[in-house]
Design a protein around this ligand. Structure first.
Ligand code: FAD
Length: 282
């Protein structure tokens, strides 16, 4: 194992991959997000142990209100059966995984950002109520935090604040952490969100809003050989940053991860699609 491989090693765990019906138990508006609490007796062997975990959450058709969603392949088996016709699945980061003492069921939250041009997810969250039923698929697996890294740089827009909070929570106290937030405006709410969610106050600075704002902010932050970089948010804004990390700084592949969480103007962006069409290779 190379020095970079051991410094930035991340554990990998696979989970049973199936579709699970979950019920909304609580809805609360927090700054910029709607927090929806989901619970089910189908979450017994469900797990989410990595900071970038995501569940594909299936919402009703915003026009008809009908929920088309995958179903389990078979009792106790891995696999799903996809519905015929359109289904409205979007990715969300599970937060605050816990057991409800009253029901004994597993419970977790999703923080759904209120955004312009809302799609089925943002529209559903606006009107969600306790008792509503939806379906989740995944996480299929969890990749743990880079806990041996002496330093962590998070470059995130609001859709990835839940993931950033999980990263901060999972890192050892001794790790140095810096967040570059892709937010136009005051950062107080970002600091409060991350501190409340992770239990730790970390420095947060802003990226410039120009086309190269993220890359410029990271270049200024000076990524050294001790620093793991996780970046996620609007896919187009991540392209110059990815080029900086991969080509200009030529960081070892183990030292960074850049993930497009949504793309301006694209409905249901596929986060497995290459971020940089000029360099589709991982
Ligand atoms: C791994 C992963 C984890 C994620 N975790 C979270 C999370 O915890 N919380 C969260 O809020 N989001 C999260 N996202 C992003 C979320 O899945 C997308 O923002 C999704 O597109 C929202 O669905 P929608 O139905 O509201 O909009 P869509 O139907 O997908 O899109 C409708 C329109 O809204 C635009 N749009 C989508 N997202 C945004 C946005 N953030 N700001 C402005 N315009 C937008 C689209 O470009 C499109 O024009 C995550 C994505 C991934 C890949």
């Amino acid at each position: 194992m190379s020095e970079a491989e051991s410094r930035f090693a991340r554990s990998r765990t696979m989970h049973r991959f199936t579709a699970r019906r979950v019920t909304v138990t609580h809805v609360v508006e927090i700054e910029h997000f709607t927090r929806v609490t989901l619970s089910s007796d189908e979450l017994g062997d469900w797990a989410s142990t990595g900071p970038e975990d995501h569940a594909k959450v299936f919402f009703p058709d915003p026009e008809t209100g009908v929920l088309a969603a995958p179903t389990p392949a078979g009792p106790g088996e891995s696999g799903i059966v996809r519905p015929e016709g359109p289904a409205f699945g979007r990715d969300f980061t599970p937060l605050n995984v816990r057991t409800d003492p009253a029901s004994g069921h597993r419970v977790f939250d999703i923080d759904v950002l209120r955004h312009d041009d809302p799609g089925p997810a943002a529209r559903w969250a606006e009107e969600a109520e306790p008792g509503d039923e939806i379906v989740i698929v995944g996480p299929r697996g969890s990749v743990g935090a880079a806990v041996a890294a002496p330093s962590l740089l998070l470059v995130v827009d609001p859709t990835a604040f839940p993931a950033a909070a999980r990263w901060i929570e999972d890192m050892p106290d001794a790790a140095r952490i810096h967040v570059i937030a892709d937010v136009d405006g005051p950062l107080d709410w970002v600091r409060s969100y991350l501190a409340a969610q992770s239990g730790r106050d970390v420095p947060v600075s802003a990226a410039g809003q120009g086309e190269n704002g993220l890359a410029e902010a990271v270049a200024q932050a000076r990524v050294d050989a001790d620093t793991y970089v996780f970046a996620a948010g609007e896919a187009g804004r991540l392209v110059p940053l990815r080029r900086l990390l991969k080509q200009e700084l030529a960081l070892p592949r183990e030292q960074w991860r850049v993930s497009g969480y949504w793309k301006s103007g694209t409905v249901n962006f596929d986060h497995h699609a290459p971020i940089d069409p000029a360099d589709p290779e991982d």
